[in-house]
Unconditional design. Structure first.
Length: 124
C-alpha cells in the first residue's frame, strides 16, 4: 500500500470522522441489489482510463466541487464516492456535504479494496 505524508494522513483521518463510510463489500451488495443510483469515481483521469467499477461515472477530485452541481443537480441523490484507497473520496465526501449534499458515502478501501476482493472492473 502506498505510504502517504503524515500531514495528509492526519487530515484524512480527521475528515473520515465527519463522513459516512461504507465497506467495499457493502457497496458490492448495494450494486447487486440496485440500490445505488450513482457511483462516482473521483480518481485521476489516468486511473479512470485504466479501469473502474461497473456503472461508475467519473468526476475527478480536482474538478469535483466545480462540476458536481452539473453532474448531480439533486443534492439528495444517494451516491458512493471512491478513489484508490479511500482518502480522496473521504475528502470529496466532506466537500460535498459542505455544499449541501445529504446522501454521500465514501467507500473505505477504494479501488484497491474492490480489486483485491476480486470484484468486477470494466474499461470504457
Amino acid at each position: 500500500m502506498k505510504k502517504h505524508n503524515p500531514g495528509f494522513e492526519a487530515l484524512c483521518e480527521a475528515v473520515r470522522k465527519q463522513v459516512n463510510e461504507v465497506s467495499v463489500a457493502q457497496v458490492k451488495e448495494m450494486m447487486d441489489r440496485g440500490t445505488i443510483p450513482l457511483v462516482l469515481d473521483v480518481r485521476e483521469d489516468s486511473e479512470w482510463g485504466k479501469d473502474h467499477l461497473p456503472g461508475a461515472r467519473h468526476l475527478g477530485r480536482g474538478v469535483m466541487e466545480r462540476d458536481i452541481e452539473t453532474v448531480v443537480p439533486d443534492k439528495a441523490t444517494p451516491m458512493v464516492l471512491y478513489c484508490g484507497g479511500g482518502y480522496r473520496s473521504a475528502l470529496a465526501a466532506e466537500s460535498l456535504q459542505k455544499m449541501g449534499y445529504t446522501g454521500v458515502l465514501s467507500m473505505d478501501g477504494g479501488y484497491r479494496g474492490w480489486n483485491e476482493a476480486g470484484y468486477p472492473l470494466v474499461k470504457e
